[in-house]
Design a protein. Structure first.
Length: 372
């Protein structure tokens, strides 16, 4: 594969009170402890809420090193949560929440609070962001345009926020529903090239709370500060293996578009005649947020609703040349089989909550967070 087939993973985690499962505002202390250690300082970051910490990984070339690194960081966080008397979870939204969250005392975040006001009340969410290296912004735009039709499927595979304010929402990803309130959200538009992308984003600055490019909330975008394309549709994942699975799939999709040696661009994109409009893509994103893999999902190439298991299987076949080139095919096949067998994070949370309420969720969080 081309040299740009590197990737990185950002995971947002939330500390929770063990009894109520509401956010616990202990992240500042946890961050300072981690930042004092040379191994963790470069990859540990404050987040928007005082209950959150972010792991922004090193750059990876293999799924094996990614899984080892993510699991190690999660174990460290789990031990820290125990010392603090709380739990730590990797979920799209906490199962219960305060009326209004505590914002981290950082100037940028406080400015966002001023701009967005009441939108922040329900913006208590955690995502998984996957960065894939691209040679330049023109290549990134080609990959971004191809990503658009894959967003509903990737959303369906990664829903992990079914419980909100103590109730089952009926949705797999309540996080993706709440994000619809932001100025820029959902599926990005089609861009001609990197210059078109940069010009149009520049015109958004200062409009509707868009202070800078880092607050663009599309489910995929070019990174504002790295030579990468960034997938943002996925909820934070219960376990490290499922986060790495998403990264492997997305790296393969990007390679199918930008790696000339694979010559797979036409296979992973609809034809001009079948390409879905923005109205179908955004409706399909809502459909996936609701049903996940429990029903039909938009096929990323045929652009019609098909049974989820069939769509997943067909999509893996399309990505197989890139997965083989990266050495990820066995890992992805095993991960997909596990996902279909165990269910999404949302499916597992819903079952635990129905059976044992908060106690069931706590047990699920603590058994999966630092697992391999």
């Amino acid at each position: 594969m081309a040299a740009e087939s590197t990737f990185g993973i950002e995971e947002e985690f939330v500390f929770l009170d063990r009894d109520t499962l509401r956010p616990a505002d202990v992240a500042a202390g946890a961050f300072h402890r981690l930042a004092a250690r040379p191994a963790w300082a470069p990859i540990t970051h404050r987040e928007f809420l005082a209950s959150q910490v972010e792991h922004a990984s090193a750059v990876f070339t293999t799924t094996e090193e990614a899984l080892t690194s993510l699991a190690s960081f999660r174990r460290e966080l789990a031990e820290m949560a125990t010392r603090l008397g709380v739990t730590i979870a990797s979920v799209g939204s906490p199962p219960d929440a305060h009326e209004f969250p505590t914002i981290s005392e950082l100037p940028r975040y406080l400015h966002i609070l001023d701009d967005m006001g009441g939108v922040i009340a329900d913006h208590q969410i955690q995502g998984l962001h996957v960065h894939v290296g691209v040679a330049d912004r023109d290549a990134g735009v080609r990959a971004l345009n191809a990503t658009r039709t894959w967003l509903p499927l990737l959303s369906a595979m990664t829903g992990n926020s079914p419980i909100w304010r103590g109730h089952d929402t009926g949705f797999e990803s309540w996080r993706n529903v709440t994000q619809r309130r932001w100025t820029t959200t959902g599926c990005p538009p089609v861009f001609r090239d990197g210059a078109d992308y940069d010009q149009r984003l520049g015109r958004l600055l200062g409009v509707g709370g868009m202070k800078d490019r880092a607050i663009i909330m599309w489910f995929a975008r070019l990174s504002p500060h790295l030579p990468t394309i960034e997938l943002r549709v996925a909820d934070a994942q219960l376990a490290a293996w499922s986060a790495v699975l998403v990264a492997a799939l997305y790296r393969a999709l990007v390679a199918c578009v930008v790696d000339d040696g694979l010559d797979r661009t036409s296979a992973v994109q609809p034809t001009a005649a079948t390409a879905p409009g923005p109205e179908l893509l955004n409706a399909s994103l809502m459909h996936s947020a609701r049903w996940g893999l429990r029903g039909n999902v938009l096929d990323p190439v045929l652009a019609v609703l098909r049974p989820a298991a069939e769509t997943v299987a067909r999509s893996i076949l399309l990505l197989t040349p890139a997965l083989e080139a990266a050495g990820d095919l066995d890992f992805v096949n095993d991960g997909i089989a596990r996902l279909l067998r165990e269910g999404t994070g949302a499916t597992r949370q819903r079952a635990a909550f129905a059976e044992q309420g908060n106690a069931g969720l706590l047990a699920l969080y603590e058994s999966t967070f630092a697992a391999g």
